[in-house]
Design a binder for this molecule. Structure first.
Ligand code: DX5
Ligand code: ZN
Length: 220
């Protein structure tokens, strides 16, 4: 895919003004809403759950990309479909039967994503890559926004791209964590298709402008 996508992460939004921040994303050049669901077990943090996603869904006018940082995600696949998720990403490290989980996500009409922690090797996707619509490469350890980007991610993007090409898959590569205007270009040049950005967008004074400039850098 040539057209690069920007996905603001709602984790960094102002939850007391969530509708305002959702409308900002609606009006911006962002392509997706990235929604982080954390259970306090798979990651050492709890974000928000179903009622908040339901509220977001009511106002969001773009693709809803849900990143599940939870153990045993199979229990909730149907629920996330009903709540309006378009892409549902589970962690490789949280799935005992990944192939089955991917099929279940697709059966519910969603795109199936797999996220890899920074320590998880790309080669582990060798036998499932053709079943995966999106691989989310974690460029920080999951659980918190605002962390520094891990540089080893560039190498992993290239390895993943090679695997996708070798297998003739059409999987998108998403990068999640520490994305800014400083690394966006190198990320897309390495093979990234979707850039998630939380604090870089929401902590800026001109959020719409920040999204626009990320989009321009990613597509330059
Ligand atoms: C981290 C989350 C990310 C996070 C990114 O566990 O998966 O989506 O919101 O935040 P920034 O862009 O601030 O690193
Ligand atoms: Zn995320």
């Amino acid at each position: 895919m040539n057209y690069k996508l920007i996905a603001p992460s709602i984790l960094a939004a102002d939850f007391a003004n969530l509708q305002r921040d959702i409308e900002m994303v609606n009006q911006s050049e962002a392509d997706w809403f990235h929604i982080d669901i954390m259970d306090g077990v798979f990651v050492p943090n709890i974000s928000f759950g179903m009622p908040v996603l339901q509220a977001i869904s009511k106002h969001a006018k773009k693709t809803i990309d849900v990143h599940l940082m939870i153990v045993d995600p199979d229990r909730y696949i149907k629920t996330f479909a009903e709540l309006g998720s378009n892409v549902l990403t589970v962690h490789y490290e949280a799935c005992t039967h990944l192939h089955r989980t991917l099929q279940a996500i697709k059966t519910e009409g969603m795109k199936a994503g797999v996220a890899l922690n920074p320590h998880t090797n790309i080669s582990l996707l060798e036998d499932t890559i053709n079943d995966i619509d999106l691989v989310c490469l974690m460029s920080v350890n999951p659980g918190f926004g605002g962390q520094s980007f891990i540089k080893n991610t560039y190498k992993k993007i290239k390895q993943l791209k090679e695997l996708i090409v070798k297998k003739g898959a059409s999987t998108l590569i998403e990068i999640d964590g520490g994305v800014t205007n400083k690394n966006a270009k190198q990320l897309v040049d390495s093979g990234a298709d979707v850039l998630v950005a939380g604090s870089y967008v929401f902590k800026s004074d001109n959020q719409i402008g920040t999204i626009k400039s990320l989009k321009e850098i990613a597509n330059s």
